[in-house]
Write a protein that binds this ligand. Sequence first.
Ligand SMILES: [Zn+2]
Length: 347
Amino acid sequence: MFSREFVTNRGTRHRLPMFLPVYQPHRLAGLLDGWEDGPAVDGCIVNAYFLYKQRDLKRRLMTEQNLHDYLSFQRLVATDSGAFQGFTRRLYLNNADIVRFQDRIGSDVLAPLDLVTPPGDNRVTAEAKLRATETRIRQALRIVERGVLAGVQQGGRFPDLRHESSSVLRDLGVRYLALGSLVPFFTRNHDIRFVCEVSADARRVIGPDVPIHLYGAGDPCELPFLVASGVSIFDSASYGHFARGGWYMTPYGSLRDIGPIRAGEYRCACPVCPPAMTELPGGDDLFRHNLWTILATMEEITRRLDAGTLAAYLAEVLDVHDAWFPGSALRTSWRTVEDGRDRPASS
Ligand SMILES: [Zn+2]
């Protein structure tokens, strides 16, 4: 299906699939420590623009202290370029500078300043952003000396443009493929059709050896379907966003009311949740529960892949999810993906 290991240029080895929590050094101290007896945090992703824009920190990272030491974390550290911030406000940043900065501070996986392409972009705009992103990736490949550059696929809502983008990146010889601007496509009612089809097509194009990273995916009930579609690396700040909205993550979907737990339909094994829970946790407890749930879900997916029983796990998730969320599009959208498998690629 896909290679089950990623080796960084520093020589650290990482089991795939893996989840990278979005790490904000000023806010999330302790998050990377993981749990004494629980799922491990094997990597994280940091916004390079956030580090770059703080003059003193930028100087320190470029001269005295590398990124891993700054984070006190020696496992995989990926950086993103700040492209997404540039989507909502103007950035005083150019591609060569932010790529060189990420490489200089020792990021394991770097991102170019790609052009975010929301679903509303028409074909002309999506294609223009695709070409500009390709140009920046070519430039970045010439700059990077230490890390691995993520070739970022764009193409908006057009499957053929995304297919072409994957082909170009393959021909450029990228060792890491990232799927950009897909978040808006899977945040509505668990409709995973487009993102799974794009992922599966990218996997067919790039082959089994190159990791595929889906930017911004972090809902535990969707992760196994994305893995089944060929995605091997995820990152998200979802555990925090969900916690702030009062959402309690489970592998079957997120709850805001304790009903299913009170009914004995789910019991969480994390260090935060007591065996007999009378109300859902809040604040930091909910935050930690959510992150634990994502990491534990990744471990379950890994076990199922090892045992060759991922399909049975998908069926189990769908059964519980349907019972809890009768209006969800998860099952119908996944069925569409499965029915379409025999169609020719990128039609
Ligand atoms: Zn819990």
